[in-house]
Write a protein that binds this ligand. Structure first.
Ligand code: CP
Length: 308
C-alpha cells in the first residue's frame, strides 16, 4: 500500500513511472469519449472516497471521472456534512472509512489532517491539496511539459507571484525530476525555506530573483497562480494585489522568456489580475492540456497507490 502525500516524500523512480503510466493511459484512450471505460479496468470492484473540505472543480471531476474510467466507483463527501466536521476525530474517521472504501482522496486545510488520516487509515490516502502543497497538480504539470517539449530535467521553470502551496509542490518536483527553479515575487511571499532547501539539497539551481523580467530570462516554463489562495482571508486582498501587481504575467513578461516558452496556471485563474487573457489564450499557454492531464496523472497515482 502506498500513500501519495507529497512529491518530496515519493521515490523519484515511482514518480517517473506514474508519469509514464499516465501518458500510456492517455494514449490508449486515443480521444475516446470521457464517459467510456478504459480497455483495462484495474479499479473494477473498488470504491474510492473523495473528501472535500474546500471547493473544487478540476480535482473533484477529474478524480471522479478517472475512477469510473478505470471501472471503480466513487463517493464524493463534503467535510462539513461528515461527522469529521462535527467533532469526530480524524483518526476515528480514518479507521471507519478504511472498513468501507479501498482508497481515500482528501482536500483539506491543515497538512496535519492529511498526515493523521494517512497514519490511521489502512487504505491508501492521496493529497488532493492542503494549505501547504498540491502534488497531484504538479504531476499533471510535469506530464504536460513533457508532452509538449520533451524531458523537463535540466529545464528552467520560473514561478511568478505568491510562493504558495502549488509553488511548494513545484519546488518538490524540481528536486525529484531535476529541473532548475526560479522564484520571482515580493519577499513576504517567498516559498517556505524548508522547500527551497529540499530542492537545493538535490543539487539543482534554485534562485530567488526580485525583478520578474530578469527572472524569466531563459525560462522554458512560466507558471503563476491566484494572488489570494483558498485558505487566505479575503481581508488581505487589497494588500496582496498592491504587492503582486508588478508580477502580473502579461505578454511583455512572456516576451522576455525563451521564444518557445510555455505558460501554465493550475486554474481557477483571475483573468487580468495574476495573468492577462492575452497570455492565457495565447500561443504559449497549455492550460487546457494541463487541466486535462489532472485526469490522466491522477489515474496513474491511484493505480500506484493500489498497486494495480
Ligand atoms: N487546480 C485545482 O486544483 O483546481 P480545483 O480547485 O478546481 O480542483
Amino acid at each position: 500500500m502506498n500513500h501519495f502525500l507529497d512529491i518530496h516524500l515519493t521515490d523519484p523512480a515511482a514518480l517517473r513511472s506514474m508519469i509514464e503510466s499516465a501518458s500510456a493511459m492517455k494514449a490508449a484512450r486515443n480521444g475516446r469519449g470521457l464517459a467510456a471505460p478504459d480497455d483495462e479496468t484495474p479499479l473494477a470492484g473498488r470504491m474510492v472516497a473523495l473528501i472535500f473540505e474546500k471547493p473544487s472543480t478540476r480535482t473533484r471531476v477529474s478524480f471522479d471521472v478517472g475512477v469510473r474510467q478505470m471501472g471503480g466507483q466513487t463517493m464524493v463527501l463534503s467535510g462539513s456534512e461528515m461527522q469529521l466536521g462535527h467533532g469526530e476525530t480524524i483518526a476515528d474517521t480514518a479507521r471507519v472509512l478504511s472498513r468501507y472504501v479501498d482508497l481515500i482522496m482528501i482536500r483539506t486545510y491543515e497538512e496535519s489532517v492529511l498526515q493523521e488520516l494517512a497514519e490511521y487509515a489502512s487504505v491508501p490516502v492521496i493529497n488532493g491539496l492542503t494549505n501547504r502543497t498540491h502534488p497531484c497538480q504538479i504531476m499533471a504539470d510535469v506530464m504536460t511539459y513533457e508532452e509538449h517539449r520533451g524531458p523537463i530535467a535540466g529545464r528552467k521553470v520560473v514561478w511568478v507571484g505568491d510562493g504558495n502551496n502549488v509553488c511548494a509542490s513545484f519546488l518538490h518536483a524540481a528536486g525529484q525530476f531535476g529541473f532548475d527553479f526560479t522564484f520571482t515575487g515580493p519577499p513576504p511571499l517567498d516559498p517556505e525555506v524548508e522547500w527551497l532547501e529540499f530542492a537545493r539539497g538535490k543539487g539543482i539551481a534554485v534562485e530567488i530573483v526580485r525583478d520578474p523580467f530578469a527572472a524569466v530570462e531563459g525560462a522554458d516554463l512560466v507558471v503563476t497562480d491566484t494572488w489570494v489562495s483558498m485558505h487566505d482571508s479575503q481581508s488581505i486582498r487589497e494588500r496582496r494585489h498592491n504587492m503582486l501587481r508588478p508580477y502580473q504575467v502579461n505578454e511583455r513578461l512572456m516576451a522576455a522568456a525563451k521564444p518557445d516558452v510555455l505558460f501554465m496556471h493550475c486554474l481557477p485563474a483571475h483573468r487580468e489580475d495574476e495573468v492577462t487573457s492575452a497570455v492565457m489564450d495565447g500561443p504559449h499557454s497549455v492550460i487546457w492540456d494541463e487541466a486535462e492531464n489532472r485526469l490522466h496523472a491522477q489515474k496513474a497515482i491511484m493505480r500506484w497507490c493500489l498497486g494495480v
